[in-house]
Design a protein around this ligand. Structure first.
Ligand SMILES: N[C@@H](CCC(=O)N[C@@H](CS)C(=O)NCC(=O)O)C(=O)O
Length: 204
């Protein structure tokens, strides 16, 4: 199995953490959606990371669809996203909030990095960052500091997505320590667990 993408990408890292949590061996080709456009498009015509090439050559794209497949094959009755019911809805809701926060944080970053300085519309960037903040605050409110994980008393995709979104938020300058202290404490604890520590990207 081959994971295409750099772990600096929250979407790629989410898949890498999931593979490690399921103890699935894989290789990784650390391509960037911007620096390695042609190579990335050869795996995903949309030109985005991550993509996952399965052992039979089939290529899956988009972190949500990739994780759906991993849950089906490797998660079974302990899937990181429960198969049905209220538990599934609760995990999916946090995952949607956190992946949406990543989308908005990256929109702000893309605007800053890919727009000529005189055309940058700061209110749009501020709006995006406010949405990231609001989503993270909602998850901060769910954290129970006496419990090791967000939901269900075990690691779920809620923790994984909260981890990558909080990390992205710090990367774009949000002070999560001050604004979401419970979430920051949770992500510090998660960072010490193997699926998270073993997927830490190299310092830029
Ligand atoms: N919804 C996608 C988002 C993937 C995504 O936006 N990846 C970024 C890297 S963080 C990318 O490849 N951006 C390049 C581009 O959009 O041109 C997923 O969950 O996999």
């Amino acid at each position: 199995m081959l994971l295409i993408g750099v772990n600096r990408s929250p979407y790629t890292r989410r898949v890498a953490i999931t593979l490690k949590a399921y103890d699935v061996p894989f290789e990784q080709r650390p391509l960037s959606g911007f620096a390695d456009r042609a190579e990335v498009r050869a795996s995903n015509p949309l030109g985005r990371i991550p993509a996952l090439v399965l052992d039979d050559g089939e290529t899956l794209i988009d972190s949500g669809a990739i994780i759906d497949h991993l849950d089906e094959i490797y998660g079974r009755d302990r899937a990181l996203t429960p198969a049905s019911g209220a538990d599934r809805r609760a995990v999916l809701k946090i995952a949607a909030l956190m992946m949406g926060a990543c989308d908005k944080g990256l929109q702000a970053a893309y605007t800053r990095n890919h727009t000529p300085a005189e055309r940058i519309h700061q209110p749009w960037i501020d709006d995006c960052n406010a949405q990231v903040t609001s989503a993270l605050l909602a998850v901060d409110a769910v954290v129970d500091p006496t419990r090791p994980y967000l939901l269900l008393g075990r690691l779920t995709q809620a923790d994984i997505t909260a981890f990558v979104a909080e990390r992205l938020a710090r990367g774009i300058g949000l002070d999560t320590e001050a604004q979401m202290p419970r979430l920051r404490t949770l992500t510090r604890k998660l960072a010490a667990e193997f699926p998270f520590s073993s997927t830490e990207p190299p310092a830029a």
